[in-house]
Write a protein that binds this ligand. Sequence first.
Ligand code: FE2
Length: 426
Amino acid sequence: MARIIGGIGASHSPTIGFAKDTNKRDDPAWKPIFEGFDEVRDWVRRKDIDVMFMIYNDHITSFFFDHYSAFSLGVDDHYAPADEGGGPRDVAPARGHAALAQHVGMALMADEFDMSFFQGKPLDHGCLSPLSMMGDDSGPWAGSIVPLQVGVLQLPIPSAKRCYKLGKSLRRAIESYPEDLRVAVVATGGLSHQVHGERAGFVNEDWDNEFLRLIEEAPEELVQKRLADFVELGGMEGAEVIMWLIMRGALSDKVRRVHLNTYAPSVTNIATVVFEDLGDAPEAAETQAYRDHMMYELVGAEKLEGTYPFTLDRSLANFRINDFLHRLVIPEHRARFLTDFVALAAEYRLTDEEQALIRERQWIEMIRRGVSFFVLEKMAAVVGVSNPEIYAAFRGETLDEFLATRKVPITYSVAGGDRVQELDKA
Ligand code: FE2
């Protein structure tokens, strides 16, 4: 059974990654940053942590305002470093624990948190600054991560109270995962800082110290605060410390602080803190009841003949082919799909099997494998096939046989423009 061994709080300022990449360990101005993270890294090693659950916010690198969400759980099996403007950092990709992420995703949704899920997205300094400090001269940290991206940059954002509640669910989620894993919940961000406007450069070390005391001893007092309170005390961007309440909610009431370091050399107070969890493991019956609750919505659906629920597991296993077909919404990709398929498929590293499934229009085989119907209808529109023809193929019928089962024998497609007129005449 997975156990939460402790919680880590760490600022995620780009200063941290910069210090590491430019090897400033022996420079007195930068040394305290390394000293704080050295202690965190030693604790992670000493406690044999297998997975770090990384709570962070992206800085409009991989998550833009075209679709901004509150709680986005990474369900991928690897995460590349992001390019934030000057090229990606020279750090190894992080390994994702996809099975734990899927389990946590199911659990949080069952607890009525409306999660979003991501894969194929690189990580920016919000996650990578502290994560890269877990490696040493022998290489990057050898464990795996589950990242949770919290959208704190475009208002409205979740409240401190909502974050704390999510943390409580996260504890049940992790501790009901059947594999023996030692997990640390890592909150990143803060402490006080503001990077925009005339108030840029705002730092409040007194508040930072009080925040660090409260998160350990009386998190409920922080939970009562409004976003505006955090902004006043710790700066607009410093209000991202509400993410620390997810970590604190995931720990038991009683924790032991085994490390604390703060250092405010410039525009933010760079902090590292480690809490060991003193709570008991849940009872077996309690864990089973929680797993049943998690599966309540879906159990039985897998027994329905001819039905293939599109789960996170299937989505991850088929991301490459779904992504390739989804791109048919882009005119250039669509044109090359029709005229230059072999080269295009090679560019997207489709396997021979994936290429054959598409080329031979093996509609039902693609569904059985985990290709989404909603990319197949795009492909159908591109190759001039109507939706009812796909339904007929799924059922092993001719189009006429399928249409004979409908009240009105109509055909249609998601095609637009000239294509819809062509399909209508066909
Ligand atoms: Fe941040």
